[in-house]
Design a protein around this ligand. Sequence first.
Ligand code: NAI
Ligand code: MG
Length: 506
Amino acid sequence: MNSLANDLSRLSASSRRYLAARHRLFIGGEFVDSVAQDEISVIDPTSGEQVARVPAGGEADIDRAVTAARKAFDSGPWPRLTGPQRERMLLRLADLLETAAEEVSQIESVNSGRTLVATKAFDVDLSVDYLRYMAGWATKIHGQTMNPSVPYLPGGKFFAMTVREPVGVVGAITPWNVPLGQAIWKVAPALAAGCTIVLKPAEQTPLTALRFAQVVAEAGIPEGVVNVVTGYGETAGAALVAHPGVEKISFTGSTGVGRSIGAAAAQQLKRFTLELGGKSPMVVMGDADLDIAIPGTAMGIFANHGQNCCAGSRLFVHDSVYEKVIDGIARIARNLKLGPALSPDTDMGPLISKAQQQRVLEYIRSGVADGARVVAGGNELPGPGAYVQPTILTDVRPSMNCVREEIFGPVLAATRFRELGEVIERANETTFGLGASVWTQNLDLAHWFIRQFKAGTVWINTHGVLDLAVPFGGIKQSGIGHELGGEAINHHTTLKSVLASLREPR
Ligand code: NAI
Ligand code: MG
């Protein structure tokens, strides 16, 4: 057996049973067959082997799911429950997901190629916490009161307030890099706000969304509130965006697809939030604490195999510490043990697919052809797994594809700088604006960077840390709107203004 492939006998009996099961769509509170007969082959990226099959849902399935979500929103109990009632249901969902943690994490690791430590932390534990965090919001959604003056109606007395109402049926489309984690980022605020939802997970990683649907059924969430339709983007995804029964689209994925989704949603004046790509800079100043900056920037790019929208894929190091920092990161890169997701000694698994592996290798090749130097990694591993070594490119120029475009793999493009004005100009020289970090011990410098970076999130002496309570979103080509924090509630509610004319009691 190929030692780089997962040993599936490590899986629990329940995980193996789940993979082997016949998977169906989850619509209106039931697992149902797809109207379309097509199936998607779900691949273990460590081996290229099929581990499960799921329905390739199409337009008719999406229509059924939206109709179920529509009915649940228009006449079902969910939006009419009190805050404490929805809170209790979300807490129940969290408890049941926590109970299923081992199985969900194993399924996610086999399907996405990420270690059990990673899938447990980011797809399970963070999702459990986010469901609990959003359960708390369910009781805290409210408008404001105002004191209107209405100057053109002298003598009139008015009272005014705003109320926040659920936006309606949400269509959620998620990517493969943190499959369940991303799905729960969409499900939790929708449910807290009283919305209903149709979720279309990425075709590469549909399994944990369907496993979560079992948790939804077990928790007793009313039928039609959460629906899961697996399928391809161009068919199921596009049908969800186009469906007139959907009030809001919540999308995470590539900038190109996000742009077309935004355009399609705008045609119907649907609301939309887009969390898209990035090419986030990390700046290491000469005074940085290198004991923190070296491992921190290494993880800024290599965490999740570089398959992170906020990956720190461009590094700028001050001339005075450049050699030391690059050597340090290169040492970490060479020591990261590539291997199958299920092996306990693996640090980094494969990329999501052979296609993604080839895409990433092509960026490395084109960089090298344009004059970049490989100081660590640079290659695939032999065999059917989608492995790419953690790679560092130096001698890069701003015009190179590997510096301009999102690679979504473990590839760092590093350069040195001398002047502050020079580094901020180069850091901001990107069409993206998701994240940016600076590593320094100088408070004034840190605050200067906070103001200067053109990015949705700025990190100081860390990179890529996200928290449930902190809104996350991009500017420029990195997206529109925010996920996480109270902003997620705002994006799932609409504001209704109320003005009342007051008279003296008679
Ligand atoms: P993608 O943007 O095509 O896929 C993301 C999701 O959108 C999937 O669920 C897919 O089925 C769906 N989708 C695709 N086309 C659609 C359409 N026309 N209408 C509606 N939904 C559609 O991303 P892909 O092709 O998997 O990855 C390509 C590149 O995109 C990556 O290499 C990376 O650079 C970027 N990407 C960025 C992500 C992020 O978190 N910012 C996540 C995934 C990919
Ligand atoms: Mg695509």
